[in-house]
Design a protein around this ligand. Structure first.
Ligand code: SF4
Ligand code: SF4
Ligand code: SF4
Length: 273
């Protein structure tokens, strides 16, 4: 089974491309647009096939003043199965951040300190303010929404182009700030801001898919942290809440001591198997 994970890890970029196309394929909109997708993919994108879970949550709690059981249930199911795996494999905006980081300019490696800010964004911009104002405030400011929905609509629609005012330029400024940050730091939006990542983060410790490190084989070379897109000390905390299950550490560990397990496998391990 571990061979399969190594094989898959080498093909992650292919999965990310296919996911970006699949989530924005347009042709399935009539059937799928009302369903939440397992990624931060803007509903307003002209080609979006699904609804963004964060947009849906705000709509239900804000406009309808109801509890979003259905969307939270779907998000919870994905989290229970793979933790933040969708972030590493399916989310187009996560992939955009990885592409921008490839720019050949000096890099700034930041520790994960203060990454609790994503929970503040989740609580304040996705729940509290939408409940008070009945407006989807995270969507209004979301850089993924500006990139996938705002800019394309301004390009293709003369009417929307005429409506674009000061607030549109503020949104472009926010997107520009994040693009600059993600060109020097790995996945900053995922680590410090994204409320969908915040919803999935606690699941990493209990999800069916999990990582494990054989401490007897590990030589503490720290190669796993060097390749990790979210800067985790994998050999110390393989199921950290920031892990996006990209499997780069599994692929790169020189001793092959990081393994991917399932819940059953882990229970057997916990029993000493
Ligand atoms: S944390 Fe990053 S990869 Fe995950 S849903 Fe948010 S933007 Fe996408
Ligand atoms: S790369 Fe492998 S051997 Fe090196 S510190 Fe990480 S888990 Fe240990
Ligand atoms: S710990 Fe491993 S699987 Fe998780 S994000 Fe880092 S490199 Fe990817």
């Amino acid at each position: 089974m571990q061979r399969f994970w190594h094989w898959l890890a080498k093909r992650r970029a292919i999965v990310q491309v296919l996911s970006a196309i699949g989530l924005n394929s347009y042709v399935t909109q009539a059937v799928t647009k009302g369903l939440p997708c397992p990624a931060l993919n803007c509903y307003a994108c002209p080609a979006a096939s699904f609804a963004c879970p964060i947009g849906s949550i705000q709509h239900v709690v804000g406009a309808q003043h109801q509890v979003p059981f259905y969307v939270l249930g779907v998000v919870g199911l994905v989290g229970a199965l793979v933790g933040r795996g969708s972030c590493g494999w399916l989310c187009p905006f996560g992939w955009v951040q990885e592409l921008v980081y490839k720019l050949p300019i000096p890099k700034l490696r930041l520790p994960n300190r203060f990454n609790w800010t994503r929970y503040v964004v989740l609580a304040v911009l996705v729940f509290v303010i939408p409940i008070i104002t009945r407006e989807t405030w995270f969507c209004k400011l979301c850089p993924a929404g500006t990139l996938e929905g705002g800019i394309p609509w301004v390009i293709i629609s003369a009417d929307i182009r005429q409506m674009a005012g000061t607030f549109y330029w503020i949104k472009l400024g926010i997107l520009g700030g994040f693009l600059a940050w993600m060109s020097v730091t790995r996945r900053p939006f995922c680590r410090w801001v994204c409320p969908l990542g915040a919803l999935w983060a606690p699941f990493n410790r209990v999800s069916a898919m999990r990582l494990s490190v054989d401490q007897d084989t590990c030589i503490r070379c720290n190669r796993c942290q060097e390749v990790c897109p979210v800067n985790i000390r994998v050999h110390e905390n393989p199921n950290d809440s920031a892990c996006i299950r990209c499997l780069a550490c599994v692929r790169e560990c020189p001793k092959s001591c990081i393994t991917v397990g399932t819940l059953n496998w882990s229970l057997e391990t916990d029993r000493g198997g």
